[in-house]
Design a protein around this ligand. Structure first.
Ligand code: PLP
Length: 469
């Protein structure tokens, strides 16, 4: 795939900022885009002259930057052909080992997902196995999901103040599956999708895979900009919003904003984190978005409130829309595994998605993460989130991608801000989850501080970004 000089120019953004010679800054920026997957493998970069023109520099600077990337294994050149993106062989670059030779295992802060609650799951699967024989006479392929779970999900909405019938529910294999199914059902190439910026990275991926155009609207420290969203929705074919403990910021949309936000296009509301209120202020609970706007397509999941390994999520929408999704679905899957559905039904029926003890523990871990940041990285600004599983931490300088590329050398992986946006935005941010035990979180922040010190001293990292969830 050929990438135009203007597209690369947009991606490199403010590459001129920072210390060191211009060609180093440019090759560093291109290398991070490659490691991040924003410049994908095999992509053909623009010629030196074109890129130099697009980013306002000399051809010599671009040539030197390209040569550095070739030397380090990130570009391949052939006579009279564009340079193409590649990755160095596993054994090539230095820096894949931990600095200082320490042998402790790497701490994964790229995944924002709690560990499983073993006893709770065990009991749910015992119930599921008791109920399973009732399904044996059926074929087991069900595009809408098991009746027990559709009822249990309808009950979950009912308890949150949104009357729902099982006919309005389709079970999916996680919320990401729901996003992918909806993107494929609702979008045509070049349609515009409006979304919070930053947002959940795999949603962006699902929309770009559907060849949609992306229309980001900023979510600031104080929340959603309703007039901007309304204006954007007028030219969009679909909106995707996360009003309940937004990933990555943890923000919660006020009841007033929910009421006044009447987008002119269909809207997907992602409630994956809706059960994770941590500020103890149940009185501030707003009604689900769909209670104000009946045509809303809501999606949910038990991945964050119970365990991602269950791979159970759902879509709540008008039956006519679910029928369209059901027609799209067989192209990729023929239904969700029955035993997991029965276990999820038992969990939802027993109210296990809001376990006070689990929420108290998450809140305590959030405290520990904030304290560790204050001690080891005091220059980082990380507002306390009212819920969810992550902090959206801001460094004074644009170091997000470089920090993510060097952090594994110091024993920790993190997700850099630009993974949550488009066009190279959020380079000052990293997302930090508080789903690990307290001692691991403190140690992770210590390691991150060590990575940050190394970066400030001029070191660079070569790690490909870890998978994010
Ligand atoms: C906002 C949001 N939506 C969807 C997902 C995907 O959830 P699932 O594991 O149910 O596919 C996540 C997971 O992190 C998420 O944070």
């Amino acid at each position: 795939m050929k990438i135009s000089a203007h597209a690369v120019g947009r991606m490199v953004g403010a590459w001129q900022e920072g210390p060191g010679p211009a060609h180093r800054r440019l090759s560093d920026r291109l290398r991070l885009l490659i490691l991040d997957g924003r410049l994908c493998l095999g992509a053909a970069l623009p010629g030196e002259r074109d890129l130099a023109g697009a980013i306002g520099t000399s051809r010599t600077t671009v040539g030197a930057a390209y040569r550095t990337l070739v030397e380090h294994g990130y570009l391949e050149t052939r006579e009279r052909a564009r340079a193409t993106v590649r990755l160095p062989h596993e054994d090539a670059p230095a820096g894949r080992r931990r600095a200082g030779g320490a042998d402790a295992e790497t701490i994964n802060l790229s995944f924002a997902a709690p560990p499983a609650p073993p006893e709770v799951l065990h009991a749910a699967f015992a119930t599921a196995l008791e109920r399973l024989p009732l399904h044996f006479e059926r074929h087991g392929y069900d595009r809408y999901g098991a009746g027990e779970l559709r009822e249990a999900v309808a009950g979950w909405y009912g308890r949150r103040g949104l009357a729902t019938s099982p006919g309005q529910v389709m079970i999916t294999s996680g919320a990401q599956h729901a996003i992918g199914l909806l993107a494929r059902t609702l979008l045509s190439p070049r349609d515009k999708v409006l979304f919070d910026h930053p947002t959940y990275p795999h949603a962006i991926r699902a929309f770009t895979d559907a060849r949609a155009r992306l229309l980001p609207v900023a979510v600031g420290p104080s929340g959603w900009d309703v007039p901007q969203l309304l204006a954007g929705a007028r030219s969009a074919q679909l909106a995707y919003l996360i009003p309940d403990f937004h990933n990555p910021t943890g923000l919660y949309m006020s009841a007033e904003a929910r009421r006044s936000l009447r987008p002119a296009c269909p809207v997907i509301i992602d409630e994956t984190l809706a059960d994770l209120r941590l500020d103890g202020d149940a009185g501030r609970e707003a009604e689900p978005f769909a209670a104000h706007h009946p045509s809303t397509i809501s999606i949910g999941s038990v991945s964050k409130s119970i365990w991602g390994g269950l791979r159970i999520g759902w879509i709540r929408a008008e039956p006519a829309l679910l029928e369209r999704v059901a027609r799209t679905r067989p192209a990729t899957d023929l239904g969700t595994p029955v035993v997991e559905q029965l276990a999820a039904a038992a969990l939802l029926d027993a109210g296990q998605t809001r376990r006070p003890e689990a929420l108290r523990q998450l809140r305590a871990q959030q405290d520990v993460l904030l304290e560790a940041l204050a001690e080891h990285l005091p220059e980082v600004h990380a507002p306390r989130a009212p819920g969810g599983v992550t902090l959206w931490a801001r460094f004074p300088e644009p170091v997000g991608s470089r920090l993510a590329a060097i952090a594994p050398d110091h024993g920790v992986t993190i997700a850099a801000g630009p993974q949550f946006g488009i066009g190279g935005a959020f380079e000052r941010h990293v997302r930090l989850p508080y789903t690990l035990p307290a001692a691991r979180l403190t140690e992770a922040v210590r390691r991150l501080a060590s990575a940050h010190r190394a970066l400030t001293a001029g070191a660079t990292g070569t790690h490909v970004p870890a998978a994010v969830a």
